[in-house]
Design a binder for this molecule. Structure first.
Ligand SMILES: O=C(O)CCC(=O)C(=O)O
Ligand SMILES: [Fe+2]
Length: 268
């Protein structure tokens, strides 16, 4: 029971108090309310809120790298693409990139709430391991609480639009961004490769300098990158012919859109 009270408080914190919210009819509020059985006031194990499943998979070779493949349902992906379209992000035909700092548009705030909520819920309802608590070793944690509870969770976004054949070179995200980055994928699937960042190679145990770890980014998925994954590994997407293979099959490439959410380091 105590845990249930705690969970309710956390959900209220993550999503706002729906009873006192003028926007009480918005879908995520309704869904969150659905976690508490009105007649018994008991917390029920939820239907996944944001997609078919809300399972977070660790990429076991890389500490701090997680993916939730069904983060956004097909409908939610379509709504996000049309929000981007309406705001002019998709206007250019060629590869382009649009950045926003500070006050994020409402769809990006909603994505942030979804990410926080989804992390919290999977931690609470995971039977095999508690993904959130400090009792867990740092390496197996989904996302450290100090990152999860910062306000705002994210204050910068990049929308990348890639035409078939276009990708992004191997890089570590700039140090002006804090730890804890989320990447949402839309439209075409693609393989993102992770390789050790040379300068830091000695810090990554048991990993060969040439290691290249492929991760399949499916539409509607979200990737979380923190700690070693964020600082000690480069990530890249090479969509030149021959590089986008998954389980021996070349991926049929279409336009791909990604939304990257980050937080700028505070300036003194
Ligand atoms: O498009 C992606 O999935 C990754 C984008 C990225 O790595 C970046 O903008 O730093
Ligand atoms: Fe990046």
């Amino acid at each position: 029971m105590e845990e249930e009270e705690e969970l309710k408080a956390i959900l209220r914190e993550a999503f706002g108090d729906s009873s006192s919210d003028s926007d009480g009819e918005s879908s995520h509020h309704r869904q969150v309310q659905g976690l508490v059985n009105d007649s018994t006031d008991e917390v029920v194990k939820p239907h996944p809120i944001f997609g078919e499943t809300d399972i977070w998979e660790p990429i076991t070779e890389i500490k701090g790298l997680w993916i939730c493949r069904d983060f956004l349902s097909t409908d939610q992906q379509a709504s996000l693409v049309s929000a981007l379209e309406k705001e002019g992000y998709l206007a250019e035909a060629s590869h382009n990139q649009a950045m926003r700092f500070g006050d994020l548009p409402s769809w990006a705030l909603e994505l942030s709430y979804y990410i926080r909520g989804n992390i919290l819920l999977s931690g609470y309802f995971s039977e095999s391991m508690d993904l959130m608590t400090s009792g867990n070793s740092k390496e197996t944690r989904l996302f450290p609480p100090e990152l999860l509870w910062r306000e705002p969770l994210f204050n910068q976004l990049i929308v990348n639009i890639y035409q078939p054949g276009e990708g992004i070179c191997a890089h570590v995200d700039l140090m002006r961004f804090e730890d804890g980055i989320a990447i949402i994928s839309l439209e075409s699937s693609c393989v993102m490769h992770f390789s050790p960042a040379d300068a830091e190679i000695s810090h990554v145990e048991d990993v060969k300098k040439e290691a290249k770890i492929p991760v399949l980014l499916t539409p509607g998925s979200v990737v979380l990158m923190w700690g070693e994954a964020r600082y000690l590994w480069k990530h890249e997407i090479n969509r030149k012919p021959g590089f986008q293979k998954w389980e021996g099959q070349e991926i049929n490439q279409k336009r791909r859109i990604s939304v990257t959410l980050r937080r700028l380091c505070q300036t003194k």
